[in-house]
Write a protein that binds this ligand. Structure first.
Ligand SMILES: Cc1cc2nc3c(=O)[nH]c(=O)nc-3n(C[C@H](O)[C@H](O)[C@H](O)COP(=O)(O)OP(=O)(O)OC[C@H]3O[C@@H](n4cnc5c(N)ncnc54)[C@H](O)[C@@H]3O)c2cc1C
Ligand code: SF4
Length: 436
């Protein structure tokens, strides 16, 4: 009889419990590996808003791990020794779903860390900065995510419409800088209100979204776009979202000045003059929706203005059969190099000024070194670009110059963050070291 009891009740329980322990152990091992990988690749600093978990309060329920929308694509949070940990800080994009899901309030959302401060401009509830007439919306103000950017762009424009002097005067009512989700929404708001406005974008529509990896799963929430109404996306792809915005741009005939960069904003009587790489715009107000990614760092060499030079890889298949120089040694450079080397007939050289790719993830380093050893790409370490010519590039190494046949150059040399620009135009900025 005892054996029957054992078979019916105890054994299944032991089986389920053992299965639970094995699954838990497996997940923990995965989390430890992800944490070690992040440390090895120096990817330990979250880019913006991120969770800080109090281990004394955490009861290990795992709700935060399951709630993180990024969890479907890659690790961000993980359970180690029964407590939640931010195992891949650089992957955190500040959804904040972890905090909302925690039943014991063990999570705080903060900007920056003790080691690396994050500069957040001071912005009033109506989105105006300490410089009257200059407004900030979207991720630049500290609040990331597409929905927040769309909502804030619309709300900031509602505040600008109420400014005295809007609708009169000889210049533009407002210059909108940046056409990411915040600038796009604000531009539609300006159009709906019949303002005289110009939107200036140094790159292309969609801002950071247009830089997401191909096919990236985008998790967002419905948001109100002026003229269009509710943008009902929750889970979509980068391509579908961009296609939707492009459709709205075409339908509304919204004009955005692409490939034009704002370089300065100076105060004048009754407003500002915005100086861009192409023109000067007198205006009553300025709305900065420039995000936090900054402007790609240029090489500053002759020939860089040629159209064959780009600062990000959009589609590796464009480079099939081409001679390509990738400049840089970080993850984006190495990812660009090996994905182009995978294209039929592509001939890839990586030029990097240091002797090793110490800043990149081990997986990217290993892949590039393996491709180089197999003759699938060349690595020009300790080299710099001296000049770019129509059919070639001049590389300098150890004081000597050499010419390399070339069809395209991809510069992945990082970006210049917007803080300097903000300070130059008088906007007060606070550096946060792990505070809300
Ligand atoms: C890898 C990654 C994945 C993400 N995934 C998600 C997700 O799934 N869901 C989600 O909600 N959010 C996600 N985000 C966050 C989201 O992309 C941003 O919060 C959002 O794009 C911010 O919008 P924005 O308009 O404020 O700024 P941005 O999108 O950064 O746009 C700013 C624009 O300003 C332009 N600009 C900058 N300086 C100048 C200048 N001087 N002159 C002219 N133009 C200028 C830039 O070229 C850019 O187009 C992710 C972010 C990253 C990095
Ligand atoms: S939701 Fe809260 S209690 Fe549960 S694992 Fe995450 S931090 Fe710990």
């Amino acid at each position: 009889m005892n054996n029957v009891w054992l078979l019916i009740y105890v054994l299944p329980f032991v089986g389920v419990f053992t299965w639970y322990l094995v699954a838990r152990r497996r997940k923990e091992t995965k989390a430890i590996l992800a944490a070690e990988e992040a440390i090895a690749a120096s990817m330990t600093e979250p880019p913006s808003l991120h969770p800080v978990i109090d281990p004394l309060k955490c009861i290990g329920c795992r709700s935060c791990v399951a709630a993180c929308p990024e969890h479907k694509s890659h690790a961000v949070l993980g359970m180690i020794r029964g407590k939640s940990r931010l195992i891949a800080p650089a992957n955190c994009i500040g959804h904040g779903a972890c905090k909302r899901s925690c039943p014991v309030d063990a999570i705080d959302l903060v900007f920056g860390t003790e080691r690396r401060g994050i500069d957040i401009p001071e912005v009033k509830p109506n989105f105006e900065t300490n410089v009257p007439g200059i407004f900030i919306a979207g991720e630049l103000g500290g609040m990331g995510l597409i929905r927040n950017a769309v909502e804030q762009g619309r709300q900031a424009m509602d505040s600008i419409i109420k400014l005295p002097g809007i609708g009169s005067g000889s210049g533009h009512d407002v210059v909108i800088v940046g056409a990411g989700p915040a600038g796009f929404s604000a531009s539609l708001g300006a159009m709906k209100a019949g303002l005289r406005f110009v939107t200036v974008e140094q790159d292309s529509l969609g801002g950071t979204v247009s830089h997401f990896p191909r096919g990236k799963l985008v998790m967002t929430q419905p948001a109100e776009l002026p003229i269009v109404g509710k943008m009902k996306f929750t889970e979509t792809s980068k391509e579908k979202l961009l296609e939707f915005w492009q459709g709205v741009e075409a339908k509304t005939s919204l004009k955005i000045n692409y490939h034009e960069r704002v370089e300065d904003v100076s105060p004048v009587e009754d407003g500002f003059v915005v100086t861009t790489s192409k023109a000067q715009y007198p205006c009553r107000a300025v709305l900065l929706t420039i995000g936090r990614r900054g402007t790609p760092r240029k090489l500053g060499v002759p020939g860089e203005e040629m159209s064959k030079v780009v600062y990000r890889l959009i589609d590796a298949s464009e480079y099939a059969g081409k001679k390509v120089l990738v400049v840089g040694g970080g993850d984006s450079a190495l990812e660009a190099a090996h994905s182009i080397a995978d294209q039929p007939g592509a001939d890839v050289t990586v030029s990097y000024r240091s002797e090793s790719f110490s800043r990149a993830k081990p997986a990217n380093r290993a892949k590039v070194e393996q491709y180089a050893a197999a003759g699938r790409m060349r690595l020009a370490m300790l080299s710099t670009v001296a000049e770019i010519r129509p059919g070639s590039v001049i590389l300098e190494k150890g004081g000597k110059q050499g010419e390399l046949a070339n069809d395209a150059v991809i510069v992945c040399a990082g970006g210049i963050l917007p803080t300097g620009f903000l300070k130059n135009i008088g906007i007060a900025v606070e550096t946060k070291f792990g505070t809300a």
